[in-house]
Design a protein around this ligand. Structure first.
Ligand code: HCB
Length: 203
């Protein structure tokens, strides 16, 4: 599956998903098959072995695989009373990982409001107020947009909402120490960890 992502073969990705879905759980297929392939694409792109159009095609193949698995996500029997707003910061169009996190939080029983990508700080705050969210997930995939996570936290403080809303940060350049530095409540390395951290903090 990973190889099919790296070579941008959407048909092969879907065939591999079809084959895997009888034997493995959807989150496992996404994290260890599809996302693993996308990470390899990232490494090759970083080394100058792949160019942007290739990355875009690989991203499309990855998204097709994720869409195919949406109905297979294990539904949680218990409905969590917690509401989570999740989005990618302004100036950043990367949304594959953020969308996987939203889907997995949703199937774990959380009420999730995904505000999309390239989302201004004001969109985060408006959606948190509108939904009475208890948590916000903030994704940033570039070192140049990471600061956006801090800006959302600062805005929560200015609005007097910081005590009521837990903050989770994620995305390739984010780390545990970055999360601590900007005063987030947690960092999640992947979608499975995002679900576990949300449960720890909210349930
Ligand atoms: Co993009 N891109 N890209 N890109 N891109 C990165 C991010 C670079 C690291 C590649 C590189 O140069 N090494 C790099 C950023 C460098 C930096 O840090 N400064 C980069 C660049 C530079 C750019 C452009 C500027 C390129 C250009 O135009 N010259 C441009 C960005 C324009 C903009 O945003 N303003 C660009 C565009 C693209 C696309 C459109 C081709 C495509 C995105 C498609 C889309 O998302 N719809 C893309 C992609 C696919 C990547 C890489 C290859 C993969 C990202 C990805 O989807 N990974 C990425 C390389 C990399 O990340 N190493 C590269 C797979 C997912 C599953 O993992 O890490 O996103 P994830 O999410 C995980 C995890 O982080 C966590 O859980 C997820 C699921 O397990 N998580 C959260 C994520 N968000 C969370 C939120 C939470 O609350 C909790 C957990």
């Amino acid at each position: 599956m990973s190889d099919a992502i790296v070579s941008c073969k959407k048909d092969q990705v879907l065939a591999a998903v079809e084959k895997a879905r009888g034997e493995l759980e959807a989150p496992d297929i996404i994290e260890n098959g599809l996302a693993a392939g996308m990470n390899e694409v990232g490494t090759l792109f970083e080394r100058g072995k792949l160019f942007l159009p290739h990355v875009m095609m690989a991203a499309e193949a990855m998204q097709a695989g994720v869409d195919e698995l949406k109905d297979d996500m294990p539904e949680s029997s218990e409905k969590a009373a917690s509401v989570i707003v999740n989005g990618t910061v302004e100036g950043d169009v990367h949304d594959i990982g953020k969308s996987i996190v939203s889907t997995m939080l949703q199937t774990s029983g959380f009420e999730v409001h995904d505000i999309g990508r390239d989302a201004p700080v004001s969109d985060f705050i408006a959606k948190i107020k509108e939904t009475g969210a208890n948590m916000v997930g903030i994704s940033a995939l570039m070192t140049t947009t990471l600061q956006g996570q801090k800006e959302v936290i600062e805005a929560l403080e200015e609005e007097g909402l910081r005590d009521k809303v837990k903050v989770m940060v994620g995305g390739a350049p984010a780390t545990n120490s970055w999360a601590k530095k900007i005063g987030a409540d947690c960092y999640a390395e992947n979608a499975t960890e995002a679900v576990n951290k949300a449960k720890e903090l909210l349930l």
